[in-house]
Design a protein around this ligand. Structure first.
Ligand SMILES: NC(=O)c1ccc[n+]([C@@H]2O[C@H](COP(=O)([O-])OP(=O)(O)OC[C@H]3O[C@@H](n4cnc5c(N)ncnc54)[C@H](OP(=O)(O)O)[C@@H]3O)[C@@H](O)[C@H]2O)c1
Length: 253
């Protein structure tokens, strides 16, 4: 990093090329952070980094080599890590589950999160007041039909977060999880249903106001900017229309 960025608080956001990650990168930059925008799509992270005065890092969190390269760019000191890269693939019942889809979900939501955390932890400790914010989901709190591959992975995100908090109890690093419910982002449901727009739209059908990427980014920004002795262990947020995972207020004309 350049001399001018070396003195600013620094944040890494994984999965910054779209949705919640991109919105979080923008808000943290507005708060004065130098943001390292990490994801696999180079054009997306480069455009975002240029927009917010950050640094683009092309990174696949499931690849150890790629994560090592991210750690090289981060250097010796890091204030905030937002482990946001993740997602759901498919929605088949367990009886018809696709093993490859399940592996991919575990790879990105659990192993990827672990690899990035492991690689950047020394820099977070060196800051004297680091924060790790893991993006879980209400899928990490409940079960729903057809969701087992994703819910198992996001329960993994949750329990890794709790374990890490215990293990780092004597270190100057906070460990937090945000667990959003229904968030209408451009790509999440499209990725899940392999580009099937009809299925993707059905997720949000009749819901007047699902959460937006900005709603979640706002909460993340609040969590990571509390005083260093205040740890927000977990924050669950849903749209008002979603009283529980299965109880969603939908209005059809
Ligand atoms: N939308 C929801 O309803 C919702 C609810 C609760 C929790 N969440 C969680 O919130 C996070 C963001 O979701 P979103 O709604 O913003 O979805 P999204 O727009 O699909 O964002 C997913 C991001 O993860 C990145 N990513 C995926 N695989 C990656 C990999 N191997 N290495 C690096 N980056 C990778 C993608 O970028 P590239 O493809 O460029 O790599 C993309 O930027 C996810 O962890 C998701 O599970 C979403």
């Amino acid at each position: 990093m350049t001399d001018s960025t070396a003195t600013r608080r620094t944040a890494v956001v994984t999965g910054a090329s779209s949705g919640i990650g991109a919105a979080t990168a923008r808000m943290l930059a507005a708060e004065g952070f130098h943001v390292l925008c990490a994801a696999r799509r180079a054009d997306r992270v480069e455009a975002l980094a240029a927009e917010i005065g950050g640094t683009a890092v092309v990174c696949d969190v499931t690849s150890e080599e790629s994560v090592a390269a991210l750690a090289e760019v981060v250097g010796d000191r890091l204030d905030v890590l937002v482990n946001n890269a993740g997602g759901a693939f498919g929605s088949t019942p367990v009886a018809q589950a696709d093993s490859d889809e399940w592996r991919r979900m575990y790879e990105v939501n659990v192993i990827g999160l672990m690899q990035v955390t492991r690689a950047l932890l020394p820099a977070l400790v060196a800051s004297g007041a680091g924060v790790i914010l893991n993006v879980g989901s209400t899928a990490g709190r409940i079960a729903y039909e057809g969701g087992a591959g994703y819910t198992a992975a996001k329960h993994g995100t949750q329990v890794v977060t709790e374990t890490l908090r215990l293990e780092l109890w004597d270190q100057p690093v906070r460990v937090c999880e945000i667990a959003p419910g229904m968030v209408k982002t451009d790509e999440f449901a499209l990725v899940r249903f392999e580009g099937d727009e009809e299925k993707a739209e059905a997720v949000y059908a009749g819901v007047a106001e699902p959460l937006t990427a900005e709603d979640v980014a706002d909460a993340i920004t609040w969590m990571v900017t509390r005083p260093p002795h205040v740890n927000i262990d977990e924050l669950v947020l849903r749209p008002r229309a979603q009283a529980a995972q299965h109880k969603v207020h939908r209005v059809f004309e």
